[in-house]
Design a protein around this ligand. Sequence first.
Ligand code: AMP
Ligand code: ZN
Length: 114
Amino acid sequence: MADCIFCKILNKELPSEVVYEDDQVIVIKDINPMAPIHLLVITKRHIASLNEVLPKDEGLMGHILMVGQKLAREFGIAESGYRVVTNIGKDGGQAVPHLHFHILGGAALGTKLA
Ligand code: AMP
Ligand code: ZN
């Protein structure tokens, strides 16, 4: 997708700090971290948000969570705990309309979700 920040990152048109990559996802460090560890699991296919995910993407959704689990272990936050979040649309606070899951940890996170 033209003009999509994450598609540009995937195409290496924009720089990023990649910590993991496979055929389905890329994981980068968030440029504006909200926690000591803040990673973004980004789908390689441009999907606007969870709203646009199709039944055929069920495997991809599971894969994203398994990659999140693996990265949490590697970044040393599996035992202390962490949060996995995907924002959807305007009220969800989604700034980048390309499906991504935030992995947040490394400190006690706020309990307020809204
Ligand atoms: P969301 O509000 O859920 O759409 O989250 C978008 C996230 O992408 C925010 O946490 C931003 O800090 C992050 N972000 C935006 N541009 C970049 C970039 N070029 N590299 C890494 N993270 C980015
Ligand atoms: Zn995109």
